[in-house]
Design a protein around this ligand. Structure first.
Ligand code: SF4
Length: 92
């Protein structure tokens, strides 16, 4: 928990210095990342369920209320809290 907390703090302090992930980036395209979960292709990603977003993903490093935050799958960039990708995992 301590590691997660300090990682989140780091992510927050760098929030405005880091670029947002572009959906067209190779890694983003490979994972099916979209900046707005409303645009997830449900046919392509049948496991997607409404309500899932980066903001409630186990890998998301932003704080509650942040519009964007870090994600270990996109090192050095920020994902939108409202975004989604196929690696989404339920926050414990
Ligand atoms: S792993 Fe989670 S936080 Fe990272 S881009 Fe995918 S849904 Fe968003």
């Amino acid at each position: 928990m301590t590691v997660a907390a300090s990682t989140a703090a780091l992510g927050t302090s760098a929030a405005f210095a880091q670029a947002m992930v572009d959906e067209k980036d190779a890694q983003a395209a490979a994972l099916g990342y979209v900046a707005d979960a409303k645009r997830v292709d449900a046919k392509k990603f049948p496991k997607f369920a409404a309500g899932q977003s980066c903001g409630n993903c186990a890998l998301y490093q932003g704080k509650a209320g942040d519009k964007a935050g870090g994600c270990p799958l996109f090192a050095g960039k920020q994902v939108a809290a409202a975004g989604w990708c196929s690696a989404w995992a339920k926050k414990a």
